[in-house]
Design a protein around this ligand. Structure first.
Ligand code: NDP
Length: 339
């Protein structure tokens, strides 16, 4: 059995989904109520691999909302993640992906130290961040979608926003080792971490966003911003490929501009329909086939019976592990979403 711990993108989104799922007692409530709401298993999932293997899973809604990251509600955010993990473990789920902000909260608030959740001692081996598969898929999207748009990567400038993050640093490692990229631009706020990454890669220009954007042919967005930002498409090169891997999306509005192509990053398509309702609720275009790559990682670990925290900690994702998860991703019928 695999599991997915997820959350919705805002209070408004959560209220709408609660209404749709038949939880009217949640639908009319404000943030305080959501802060105290317990995790719930709201979907049972059945996935078939193209090899013929069939697995079962459960979706655990943590009831975390990005608004909780502001000020005094941070403790609620922490509780949401721990309680959802305990809930998954209590229900005997062998391997569970920590979707969206769950793994960011786990790391930023050092939840490794908070193993005991009431009567449950969390067994971290049962969890994966899913970030190795996400980074692999985004790296594939960079390579394949650029080719589709006629962007020659060997002469292109690729800017990674959130370069020092877990996913961003892995994408940088891949592009450095496996892809012939003209110029790699590293964007984030903490300069020391940027310099450490630059040293590790042995290349990469450190720039702020305002300098990086107008010069980039490809921009990968993998920042941990709880809300999207608006950018002026007139400032961008044309053609320009924007791969938005954030959840919630880093780019608030879908940019409508000729020559600017926005691709939903870190999304995979499965070759067969998946029997679930949760992807309808997060507005996937093809909900029976499209999903977050981190969720797909827990499916892959279940297909392969690798019941282990394949992706764990921060900034430790190697190109070899990306290769490995990429192989099983293809084997079971997943492929990156393209333009
Ligand atoms: P991390 O916390 O590891 O990294 C976040 C990165 O963003 C850091 O480099 C951070 O550096 C940078 N950052 C944060 N805020 C800003 C800002 N305002 N401007 C510029 N840079 C910023 O996050 P992850 O790598 O784990 O996740 C990244 C994103 O991917 C999240 O939105 C997450 O929800 C999403 N995600 C998507 C998945 C999928 O399947 N599609 C799966 C898992 C996660 P600094 O603080 O120095 O600025």
């Amino acid at each position: 059995m695999f599991g997915l711990i997820g959350h919705l993108t805002s209070l408004e989104h959560a209220q709408n989904v609660a209404e749709e799922l038949g939880y009217p007692e949640y639908a009319n409530q404000g943030l305080e109520f959501w802060c105290s709401a317990p995790p719930q298993i709201v979907d049972t999932i059945s996935v078939t691999s193209i090899t013929g293997l069939k697995i079962q899973g459960q979706y655990v809604e943590s009831c975390f909302l990005p608004e909780m990251l502001a000020g005094r509600r941070v403790q609620a955010a922490v509780r949401k993640v721990l309680n959802a993990m305990a809930h998954a473990q209590k229900h005997g789920i062998h391997i569970t992906a920590l979707g969206g902000f769950s793994s960011i909260i786990f790391e930023n608030f050092n939840l490794q130290q908070m193993r005991q959740v009431r009567n449950i001692k969390l067994d971290f081996e049962r969890f994966t961040t899913g970030n190795t598969h996400t980074a692999y898929i985004i790296a594939q999207q960079v390579e394949k979608a650029s080719a589709q748009l006629g962007i020659n990567l060997s002469q292109a400038t690729v800017a990674i926003c959130g370069a020092t993050g877990d996913i961003g640093s892995a994408v940088c490692r891949w592009l450095n080792a496996r892809t012939d990229v003209g110029e790699l631009v590293l964007v984030a706020r903490d300069q020391e971490r940027l310099q450490r990454l630059q040293e590790e890669l042995g290349r990469g220009k450190i720039q702020d966003l305002a300098t990086a954007l107008p010069a980039a042919d490809v921009v990968v967005w993998v920042t941990s911003m709880p809300k999207g930002m608006v950018i002026d498409p007139g400032l961008l090169k044309q053609p320009c490929l924007l791969i938005d891997g954030g959840y919630p999306k880093n780019l608030a509005t879908s940019l409508q501009h000729p020559g600017v192509h926005v691709l939903r990053g870190g999304i995979v398509e499965h070759s067969l329909d998946i029997d679930w309702r949760i992807m309808h609720l997060v507005n996937m275009d093809v909900p029976a086939r499209q999903l977050f790559a981190c969720f797909a990682e827990s499916m892959l670990l279940e297909f392969e019976r690798w019941h282990t925290s394949f992706s764990w900690g921060r900034n430790q994702i190697s190109v070899e592990k990306m290769d490995l998860i990429g192989q099983v991703s293809r084997k079971h019928g997943f492929r990156p979403l393209l333009v």
